[in-house]
Design a protein around this ligand. Structure first.
Ligand code: AHR
Length: 518
């Protein structure tokens, strides 16, 4: 069956903020320690203590920003424990993540050094849950103040005279839950108070992000916007996709076809969440000044067997590639409101683009999709319409109903295709004027699709068209340390039909990126 996508090249929409392609590094399991950070004395090739191969993998993705130190960890992190001579740094318990000892050897200086190596913007998340206003105030002064002050002197005494540039600052994390179990009214008041002390020193303009809702808690968004919208630049949203029930997580691989479609359906839910939280934001901010910041997203499966359950290690398969492809298309298509997002998490935790084991590293299917999509960063979103069939499974037992003792069957269907398209200037070395990137995810577990893509109202003609595809033999094929190339970005044939139309044959459970120069 032929599917068709029409891209209206005259319907130019919002600019896709590069920061939608951000990452998240928490002090959790082996994301920082053994992931980004191996220490200067490690036998693993490193740049000032940062794992060289990991840094290179993220540079290759043009990583725009990195969020740190949490997550839940942020609300029990006291930044002064992580500065100064390493041997004097306080050792603490990481209560949220496995109860392991945190020796604070990775702190403020190491984080900003990492962002320098990666060439990305720092996104620091502050402590509202268990931290004081003075502590937050002094952290900002320590990081960004260039004149003479107690904190700038302390920074200099630790070897850094110049301040750093701080782009994003989150005022707390999940304060409805692990960040303090607050009611939205209470957090809104705290937000107003804490953010006052997130000072704007000199040229440094900090983008202040208020802690937002959990999934579909629309009341949280309503209360925050009503009580504090004029004091925020961004409002966050956290949403993880999963297979079965949040309380009963299933493994990352070995799922059934029903499981696959449930995961796809959960990934698509992001669209509804953005629309509905966005409608509330529109009431108070019709001009969309405030960014929706989806600073935690991705698949959350059961911990990989044999690992510390508190470390949230999971495999990353073709299924994760699809969820990344669908979610990033959703973000692109909502880029008028969604301007920052962070995949959880960067290395060895949840849906990671990069996994490490000692000196070994593997790029996951998710990494390859991020690589396919990277030219969307900073491009202009174009209007798309797609005519596609739905895919899924019918008459499977409805687990929500059966939990309540009811016997009922459900149909788990999802749109067969997810699409976004953008335009930017063509690379100088090509003779073309414009470069179009069309990214397409085919969630159909079994059927490949012939897809015709029409670039309507093209100014000129198609000069060249190329495509890549990320897929694997099975829905849950993974890359391992031994065989890292089971799921990689491969060339896909593109047929040029006429001056404005191309077609591809997209395999089942696959993500394609079609680049057209015109
Ligand atoms: O990403 C893992 C955890 O998920 C984060 O620490 C927390 O913010 C969320 O609940």
């Amino acid at each position: 069956m032929k599917e068709s996508i029409i891209i209206d090249t005259k319907n130019k929409k919002s600019v896709i903020s590069p920061d939608i392609y951000g990452h998240f590094s928490e002090h959790l399991g082996h994301c920082i320690y053994g992931g980004f950070w191996v220490g200067k004395d490690s036998a693993i090739p490193n740049i000032h203590g940062y794992n060289k191969a990991v840094v290179e993998a993220f540079k290759e993705l043009d990583i725009p920003n990195l969020r740190w130190p949490g997550g839940l960890f942020a609300d029990e992190y006291h930044w002064k424990d992580g500065i100064g001579p390493k041997e004097n740094r306080k050792r603490m318990v990481n209560t949220n993540w496995g109860g392991v000892t945190e020796d604070n050897s990775f702190g403020t200086h190491e984080f900003f050094g990492l962002c320098d190596e990666l060439g990305c913007k720092p996104y620091v998340c502050g402590n509202v849950g268990s931290g004081s206003i003075q502590e937050m105030d002094e952290w900002i002064e320590y990081i960004t103040f260039s004149g003479e002050s107690p904190m700038s002197k302390l920074r200099a005494s630790n070897g850094r005279k110049e301040p750093w540039k701080l782009d994003y600052f989150g005022v707390g994390n999940e304060n409805w839950g692990g960040g303090g179990n607050m009611r939205p009214e209470y957090y809104a008041d705290l937000y107003r108070r804490y953010q006052t002390f997130v000072r704007q020193y000199g040229e440094n303009k900090i983008f202040k992000i208020a802690g937002g809702a959990n999934v579909d808690d629309y009341n949280w968004t309503e209360v925050l916007m009503r009580n504090a919208h004029w004091l925020m630049d961004g409002l966050s949203l956290h949403y993880y996709s999963y297979e079965y029930r949040w309380e009963e997580k299933k493994p990352a691989t070995g799922f059934t076809k029903e499981g696959w479609y449930r995961i796809m359906r959960n990934a698509w839910r992001m669209d509804e969440l953005i629309r509905r939280h966005g409608e509330i934001m529109d009431k108070y901010d019709p001009d969309k000044r405030i960014a929706m910041v989806v600073d935690e997203w991705g698949n959350w499966f059961a911990p990989k067997e044999g690992t510390n359950p508190g470390f949230l290690q999971q495999d990353n398969s073709v299924c994760d590639a699809l969820v990344a492809g669908i979610t990033l298309n959703i973000f692109n298509n909502h880029s008028d409101r969604v301007r920052v997002a962070n995949l959880a998490q960067a290395v060895n935790v949840l849906q990671s683009p990069v996994l490490t084991e000692g000196d070994k590293i593997v790029l996951t299917p998710t990494w390859h999709v991020l690589h396919q999509y990277k030219a969307h960063q900073g491009a202009t979103l174009l209007g798309t319409s797609a005519a596609y069939s739905y895919c899924g499974v019918n008459d499977v037992p409805d687990y929500n109903a059966s939990l309540r003792g009811i016997k009922r069957n459900e149909n788990v269907t999802v749109p067969g295709l997810s699409v976004s398209a953008s335009e930017k200037d063509a690379p100088a070395k090509s003779n073309a004027k414009k470069q179009y990137l069309v990214t397409i995810a085919n969630a159909d577990a079994d059927s490949s699709k012939e897809i015709e893509i029409k670039l309507a109202h093209l100014d000129g003609k198609i000069a060249s068209a190329t495509a890549t595809v990320v897929t694997g033999e099975k829905m849950d094929t993974i890359n391992t340390f031994e065989k890292g190339d089971a799921v990689t970005e491969k060339t896909l044939a593109v047929k040029v039909i006429d001056g404005e139309t191309v077609s591809i044959q997209l395999p089942a459970h696959a993500v394609a990126a079609v680049t057209v120069l015109a």
